[in-house]
Unconditional design. Structure first.
Length: 221
C-alpha cells in the first residue's frame, strides 16, 4: 500500500487528498504492464492514440513471433514491423516511430534500454524528446515506467480531472501540469506511477467527456 499523509500548501493538500481518495476507491493498479524495460518502452510508443487492449494485441504479436527484443525489431523491415503491430492502429506511423527509437537505442545505448539507466535523467529526457515521434508523454512514460525516473506523466485524463476540479485551467500546458506535481509532491517513483494510473481509472470510468460526477470518488472535493 502506498498512501501519503504529507500536508503543507493548498496544492499539496488538494493533490494528496485526491490521490488518497482515488487509491482508496481503486486500489493499486500495478502499472506499467510489461516484462522488461524494453517491452515497456515499446508499449509506450504503441499506446499513442489508442487503448491498451489494442496495444496488448500488438505486443502479443511481437512475442508470438519471438521478435520482442531490440536487435530483431531493428533488423526487421518496416513492412513486417507494421504488419505485426497493426492492432495498435496507425501502424505505418508507429512502425516509423519505433524504428527511430530503435536507431536511437542502437546508436547510443548498444540496443539496451537498461544502458540508459545511469544517464542524468534530465539529459536523457532531452535526448528522448529529440527522437522523431517521441513527445513529452511518451518520453516521460519511458522514464517513469521503464527506467524508474521520477517524471510525472501527464495525459488527457489527468488534465481533464484537474481542470474540472478548478486546479488548473483548460489551457494549461504539459509543462505547467507536470510542474504542478513536481513542485507539490514528493519526487517518488512509486507515487508518480500509482497516481498517473489512478487518474486513468478516474478518467475512463467517471471523468469522461460526458462526466458521471455523481458516481465519482472525487465528487464533492
Amino acid at each position: 500500500m502506498f498512501m501519503v499523509k504529507l500536508r503543507k500548501t493548498f496544492h499539496q493538500e488538494k493533490l494528496l487528498d485526491m490521490y488518497n481518495t482515488l487509491y482508496k476507491a481503486f486500489g493499486p493498479q500495478h502499472w506499467w504492464p510489461g516484462e522488461t524495460p524494453f517491452e515497456v518502452a515499446v508499449g509506450a510508443i504503441l499506446t499513442q492514440n489508442t487503448n491498451w487492449v489494442n496495444v496488448e494485441k500488438a505486443i502479443n504479436n511481437l512475442k508470438n513471433s519471438d521478435v520482442l527484443y531490440s536487435k530483431a525489431l531493428h533488423d526487421m523491415s518496416h513492412k513486417e514491423l507494421a504488419s505485426l503491430i497493426k492492432p495498435a492502429g496507425y501502424f505505418n506511423i508507429k512502425a516509423k516511430r519505433l524504428k527511430h527509437f530503435l536507431d536511437f537505442l542502437a546508436n547510443h545505448y548498444k540496443g539496451r534500454v537498461e544502458q540508459m539507466q545511469n544517464e542524468d535523467a534530465h539529459m536523457l529526457r532531452h535526448r528522448l524528446l529529440e527522437v522523431n515521434g517521441i513527445g513529452p508523454e511518451t518520453a516521460d512514460s519511458i522514464l517513469l515506467y521503464a527506467l524508474e525516473k521520477p517524471f510525472f506523466v501527464i495525459d488527457a485524463y489527468t488534465k481533464r480531472v484537474l481542470a474540472r476540479h478548478k486546479i488548473v485551467s483548460e489551457e494549461a500546458t504539459y509543462h505547467e501540469l507536470q510542474e504542478l506535481f513536481h513542485a507539490n509532491l514528493p519526487m517518488d517513483v512509486k507515487l508518480f506511477n500509482e497516481y498517473h494510473a489512478l487518474f486513468v481509472m478516474a478518467g475512463k470510468h467517471y471523468c469522461k467527456p460526458k462526466p458521471r460526477c455523481e458516481e465519482c470518488p472525487l465528487e464533492g472535493m
